[in-house]
Ligand binder design. Structure first.
Ligand code: ATP
Ligand code: MG
Length: 462
C-alpha cells in the first residue's frame, strides 16, 4: 500500500473514532443538562403550589390553592396534584387518583421515579410549607416520567442532524488535510527512492534535490553525500584498474613472446616435461591476456573513449565465417549451432572488430551456459536497424537479474553442485558498452531454466 494512502487511512480511522467518541460524550452531556433543566422546572412548579398553599393558610382562601392545582394540571406532563393541610383531609386532583397517590414524607434531593398502578413511572415532588403559628402542610405534584424522557429525546434529536453535519464537514476537511500531508511526506521519499534506483543502475551523478530542514531533508543530504563518496571511490577504482591493467599489459606481452619463442624451439630444443610446463604457462598466459584486454576495453568504454572505426561490411557473411570456427566446439560439446539470415541485404556500417567482439562475447556465453540443446544465431532487421539475436536453450536468467547482468563484474550466483564456469563478468558489460558506442542497444529475454536470447540492435548507417 502506498505511504500516502496508508497515512490517509490511519488518520481517517483516528478521526472517525475521535468524532464518534466526542458525539457520544456530547450526547450524554446534553441529555444530562436537559434532564437537570426538566427537574428544575418540576421543582419550580411544586414550589409555586407550596407558595399558594402557604398564602392560603394565612388568608384562609383555600380556593386559590385549588386554582393553582388546576392550573398545574393543564400541563400534560403533570399527572396529579395533591394538597395535604395538617389535621384536615387531603385534596387530590384528579380525585380518582386519591387512592394511588402515596403519603410519603418530603425528600431532600431529586426524587426517583416510582411505578404507580395505572400511571406508569411517575416522579413525585413533595414539598413542605410552614403554617403561620406552628406545624407544616405538604403539597405534591406527580410528573409523567415517560413524557419527560420523550421531551428530552425530542430535543436531542433536533440537535443531532446539525451536529452530525458539522462532524461530517470536519471529517472531510480533516481527511483532505491528512491526504495532503501524506502526499507531502511521500513525495520526498519517492524522490529519494528514485535516487537509490539511479545509484543501483550505476548513475552516480543524479543528486536528490530536496530543500527541507527536517529528518527527510537530513536523509536526502546524507544520501547525496554517500553518492558523492561512491562516485569518488568508483573513479579511484577505475583509475587504479586501468593503471594496473596498462602496467601489466607490456610485461605480459613480453612474457608471451618469450614463451612462444621457447615453444617454437627457437631458443633450443626442449624435453617433454619442459614442453608440457611451457604449454601450461602459455594457456594461463592466454587467459590472463584476455582478462587484461577485457579490463582495458572496459576502462576505455567507461572513459567514453571508444570511437568505432566505421566501415561497411556484409554482416551475414562475417557471421557465417566466424560461426564456422565454432562448429568444432559445438560438436565436441554436443550442442546444435545454427545460423539464419532473414535479410536479403545484410550490409551494415559499423566497427568490424567491435562487432566481432560483441558477437563473440554473446556466443561464448551461450556456449558456456548451455549443456544440451542448441544455439541459434539469427540476423534480421529493417532498413534502419540490424538486429542480431543469439538464442540458447541453456540455464536461462532469472528476470530479476536482467538489468544486473550488464553491470561490470556481475555474475549470477550458480546453484550448489552446478558445473564451475570460468569468467570475470565483463563480457556483457563490454558488449553493451560497444553497442551503445555505436548508437545501438543490447537487451535480454529469458527466464530461469528456459534458455536466454540476447538481442543486439545496431543502426545500419552512420
Ligand atoms: P566473461 O564474459 O567476462 O568471461 P561472464 O561470462 O561470467 O564472464 P558476462 O558475459 O558479462 O560474464 O555475463 C554475466 C553473467 O550473466 C554470467 O556470469 C551469467 O551469470 C549471466 N549470463 C550471461 N549470458 C548468459 C546466458 N546465455 N545464459 C545464462 N546466463 C547468462
Ligand atoms: Mg561472458
Amino acid at each position: 500500500m502506498r505511504l500516502s494512502l496508508r497515512f490517509f487511512l490511519s488518520h481517517a480511522l483516528v478521526a472517525v473514532v475521535t468524532l464518534g467518541v466526542c458525539l457520544l460524550l456530547l450526547g450524554g452531556a446534553a441529555r444530562f443538562v436537559l434532564a437537570g433543566e426538566a427537574a428544575r422546572l418540576q421543582r419550580q412548579k411544586t414550589e409555586a403550589l407550596a407558595q399558594a398553599a402557604r398564602e392560603a393558610a394565612v388568608s384562609q382562601d383555600e380556593l386559590a390553592v385549588l386554582s393553582v392545582m388546576r392550573e398545574a394540571l393543564r400541563d400534560p406532563g403533570v399527572v396529579f396534584a395533591a394538597w395535604e393541610p395538617p389535621a384536615r383531609p387531603r385534596i387530590v386532583q384528579p380525585p380518582a387518583l386519591a387512592a394511588v397517590v402515596p403519603l410519603s414524607p418530603p425528600q431532600a434531593k431529586l426524587p426517583a421515579p416510582q411505578a404507580l398502578p395505572g400511571l406508569g413511572q411517575v416522579v413525585i415532588w413533595t414539598l413542605a410549607y410552614p403554617l403561620p403559628r406552628s406545624g407544616h402542610g405538604l403539597v405534591r405534584l406527580g410528573f409523567d416520567q415517560g413524557r419527560a424522557q420523550a421531551a428530552i429525546h425530542e430535543r436531542l434529536m433536533a440537535w443531532l442532524p446539525p451536529a452530525l453535519t458539522a462532524c461530517l464537514a470536519a471529517l472531510i476537511l480533516g481527511a483532505l488535510a491528512s491526504f495532503w500531508v501524506g502526499r507531502q511526506m511521500a513525495e520526498p521519499l519517492r524522490r529519494i527512492a528514485e535516487g537509490t534506483r539511479a545509484v543501483r543502475g550505476g548513475r552516480l551523478d543524479q543528486p536528490v534535490l530536496l530543500d527541507r530542514q527536517d529528518e527527510i531533508g537530513d536523509l536526502a543530504r546524507d544520501f547525496n553525500a554517500m553518492t558523492v563518496q561512491l562516485k569518488e571511490l568508483d573513479a579511484m577504482k577505475r583509475d587504479f584498474v586501468s593503471g594496473v591493467t596498462h602496467d601489466l599489459g607490456t610485461p605480459l606481452q613480453a612474457i608471451r613472446s618469450a614463451s612462444n619463442a621457447l615453444i617454437s624451439g627457437r631458443a633450443g630444443a626442449l624435453n617433454n616435461g619442459q614442453s608440457e610446463y611451457l604449454l601450461m604457462i602459455s594457456n594461463h598466459l592466454e587467459g590472463l591476456t584476455a582478462f587484461i584486454q577485457n579490463l582495458l576495453s572496459m576502462a576505455r568504454i567507461e572513459a567514453g573513449k571508444v570511437e568505432p572505426y566505421y566501415e561497411t561490411f556484409d554482416a551475414a557473411k562475417m557471421l557465417s565465417d566466424w560461426i564456422k570456427l565454432y562448429r568444432a566446439q559445438a560438436e565436441e560439446k554436443g550442442v546444435e549451432l545454427g545460423f539464419e539470415c532473414k535479410l536479403r541485404d545484410a550490409s551494415v556500417n559499423a566497427d568490424l572488430l567491435q562487432f566481432r567482439q560483441m558477437f563473440v562475447n554473446l556466443l561464448s556465453n551461450a556456449f558456456k551456459f548451455t549443456q544440451e540443446g542448441g544455439i541459434m544465431v539469427e540476423l534480421m532487421g529493417n532498413s534502419q536497424w540490424l538486429i542480431l539475436k543469439v538464442a540458447d536453450t541453456g540455464i536461462g536468467i532469472d528476470p530479476r537479474y536482467h538489468q544486473l547482468v550488464f553491470d561490470r563484474f556481475f555474475r549470477v550466483r550458480q546453484p550448489k553442485g552446478a558445473p564451475a564456469r570460468q569468467g570475470t563478468g565483463l563480457g556483457l558489460a563490454i558488449a553493451k558498452g560497444l553497442a551503445e558506442a555505436h548508437g545501438g542497444r543490447l537487451s535480454v529475454q529469458s527466464s530461469l531454466g528456459h534458455g536466454a536470447t540476447f538481442i543486439l540492435e545496431l543502426p545500419r548507417r552512420h
